[in-house]
Design a protein. Structure first.
Lengths: 461, 170
């Protein structure tokens, strides 16, 4: 088996992966892991006297969805969340399918974005959204509202919600011995260090976000992450009308070398922000550039809040260890190109919980690693195409200013708009008409070539 | 420089009167625009200047002066003349030189003349490799770039597979 140490500069990312010692071995027999699944938990012992106990660490969308599914499946669930009223910095966009799949009430959604404007480095502006049907939209939510709703639903389903901070876990020595989790229970008292508590559980779902402690406990490894920096700006009402249901995306080297700048409408203000992976120290400069590009439209606005948060760029090397699984941002399930994570967090939480419920036969049997591996397998199979396509888009179109110009030019095409929205709103990569796809490929290459040609001309001046 | 002040005039005027050729000698006279109605007016020249200006001095995007430039409006012959033909000339020249030298070299080594070389499958393969090489590798750095590009295309896949690899190591 060849062992490749991925150390050097790969592509655009000046990433040195030495610090997370990833010696990745190429699978010579990739099907070998399937054997794990056949050693089904049918052989694990039935639990007597109680149901399976699972701890969900983290009460965001991933944790809430996981806890609800577990509780509904008859598993004894405890959800540990550090800050119940946490207003998380976040873009706050959810796709249409999330509303249906998670039965979200429509009043959770503050705004329905039905139009988007893409603005190229040279301010060529393209409106997209012509192909949206009347019932289709991108929902903008407030995270504190969404997270609280999902947690409350989990509680109603039978999960125990605990206000506390997970500290560490003791790994079991026996195959079916329980994990012991240590946490500080706050019990709603802000500012206190809380009372130290321990609990025995059979499995743990780590849904505690980008700086996951659960991930650290299982040596899940590190990932590269982007910094997203955002300012919430209250703009005058007449300017707010423009952003009624429109979001903007600015691309350009001035705004971000590997991401995009955005203006997203929130409940009564706009969020103006940008992000970067490779040039984190310059983030303030990029933010200024973003504000400059949007200046005419946010003139007279007051900054009411400044926030920043990390966005994982790819999954952690290890998303699972024995009976501990990671979901959501903790696992690194954020797409490239658009940086979308809320839906995938909730879906992965649910999928992991479903795997546990199925493997434990509704909480009556012990689970083991193979049951959790089922979740990973299902997840990778279902969403790998989406992630890969977005990765390709990012690599092709966020490379340089000419590529971004070509990107914006391509977005003017109606077929592109339809495909983009269909895949974004419903989270399936639908292969369109092959003839149209071919035309699209030709147009893409044409746009890229022309944009680069213009760039060459620019260099000549 | 001449470009600086000329470009300043463009930024103001461009948004309203697309296609008008800006007086290149308009130093110190911003806003002086020569309405040149030439048939072969290369529209992209002004767009190139506008983009160059914006790259160094990003501006706010304004809804009242929308930029609607689309590169596909530039006629095909303009692309040919300025972009495609010089490059094609360079590559064809290289291919011809490589071809001539390889034909001579193989002939001197094996005694097989040009016509007989073309009949051989191996030689045809070599020809294909030579053409591809001339197209893809134009500088020494391109070999590295190509290797990096290949690594890049598969890097994300490896990151996703990482959790399965670990499984085998245990």
């Amino acid at each position: 088996m060849a062992s490749i140490t991925l150390k050097s500069f790969i592509g655009l990312r000046q990433s040195s992966l030495e610090n997370h010692h990833s010696t990745i071995t190429l699978p010579s027999k990739p099907l070998q892991y399937l054997r794990h699944n056949i050693i089904a938990s049918k052989s694990s012992p039935k639990i007597t006297g109680r149901n399976l106990r699972v701890a969900v660490i983290g009460g965001g969308p991933a944790g809430g969805a996981a806890a609800e599914t577990l509780a509904k499946g008859g598993v004894e669930t405890i959800l540990i969340e550090r800050k119940m009223d946490n207003a998380k910095p976040c873009g706050g966009a959810i796709p249409l399918c999330m509303v249906g799949e998670f039965d979200l009430p429509l009043d959770i959604i503050d705004r329905r974005v039905t139009k988007m404007k893409m603005i190229s480095p040279s301010n060529v502006a393209v409106d997209i959204g012509r192909t949206l049907k009347p019932h289709e939209y991108i929902g903008m939510v407030r995270r504190e509202v969404l997270d609280a709703y999902l947690r409350d639903r989990a509680r109603d389903a039978g999960a125990t919600i605990v206000n506390g901070l997970f500290v560490k876990m003791d790994k079991p020595f026996d195959k079916y011995a329980p994990y012991v989790i240590h946490y500080n229970a706050y019990d709603g008292k802000a500012g206190s260090t809380g009372t130290k508590m321990t609990m025995e559980v059979d499995a743990i779902i780590g849904a505690d976000g980008a700086n996951s402690r659960v991930a650290k406990s299982i040596d899940a490894g590190d990932y590269e992450y982007a910094i997203a920096f955002q300012e919430r700006i209250k703009i005058p009402d007449d300017k707010m009308v423009y952003y009624e249901n429109l979001a903007e995306m600015y691309v350009g080297d001035d705004v971000s070398p590997d991401f995009y700048g955005w203006v997203f409408p929130k409940c009564d203000h706009v969020a103006v922000g940008t992000g970067t992976v490779t040039h984190k120290p310059d983030i303030k400069k990029f933010q200024l550039a973003t504000r400059l590009r949007a200046r005419d439209k946010i003139q007279g606005g007051k900054i009411i809040r400044v926030e920043a948060h990390p966005i994982p760029e790819h999954p952690r090397p290890r998303r699972l260890s024995n009976r501990v699984a990671l979901v959501g941002d903790a696992a690194g399930y954020v797409t490239k190109c658009s940086g979308e994570g809320i839906y995938f967090a909730a879906k992965s939480g649910r999928m992991c919980a479903e795997a546990i419920v199925a493997g434990s036969e509704n909480g009556t049997r012990m689970v083991d690693e193979s049951d959790l591996r089922n979740y990973l397998q299902k997840w990778d199979k279902t969403y790998w195409p989406t992630y890969k396509v977005l990765d390709i888009l990012q690599k092709v179109f966020y490379r340089s200013n000419p590529a971004r110009e070509a990107f914006v030019e391509m977005c003017a095409d109606e077929y592109v708009q339809k495909m983009t929205f269909d895949s974004y709103l419903y989270k399936t990569v639908v292969p369109g008409n092959p003839l149209d796809d071919l035309k699209l490929a030709v147009n893409t290459i044409g746009s890229l070539v022309r944009a680069n040609a213009l760039r060459n001309e620019m260099a000549k001046i | 420089t001449e470009n600086g002040s000329g470009a300043a005039a463009i930024v103001v005027e461009e948004k309203k009167e697309f296609g008008s050729k800006v007086d290149p000698l308009g130093n110190g006279a911003p806003g002086v625009v020569e309405e040149v109605v030439k048939f072969e007016d290369p529209k992209w020249v002004s767009e190139v200047k506008r983009r160059k200006w914006l790259e160094d001095n990003p501006e706010s995007s304004n809804n009242d002066f929308p930029v609607v430039f689309d590169t596909s409006i530039i006629p095909w012959w303009a692309w040919m003349k300025r972009f495609h033909l010089p490059e094609a000339e360079r590559l064809n020249g290289r291919a011809a030189m490589v071809g001539f030298f390889m034909a001579y070299f193989v002939d001197s080594l094996t005694g097989v003349g040009l016509v007989d070389q073309m009949g051989n499958f191996f030689c045809k393969t070599l020809l294909f490799v030579a053409v591809a090489g001339v197209l893809l590798i134009r500088k020494n750095e391109d070999i590295d770039t190509l290797k990096k590009l290949f690594d890049e295309t598969t890097f994300y896949d490896k990151q996703w597979q990482a959790t399965w690899q670990d499984d085998k190591k245990e």
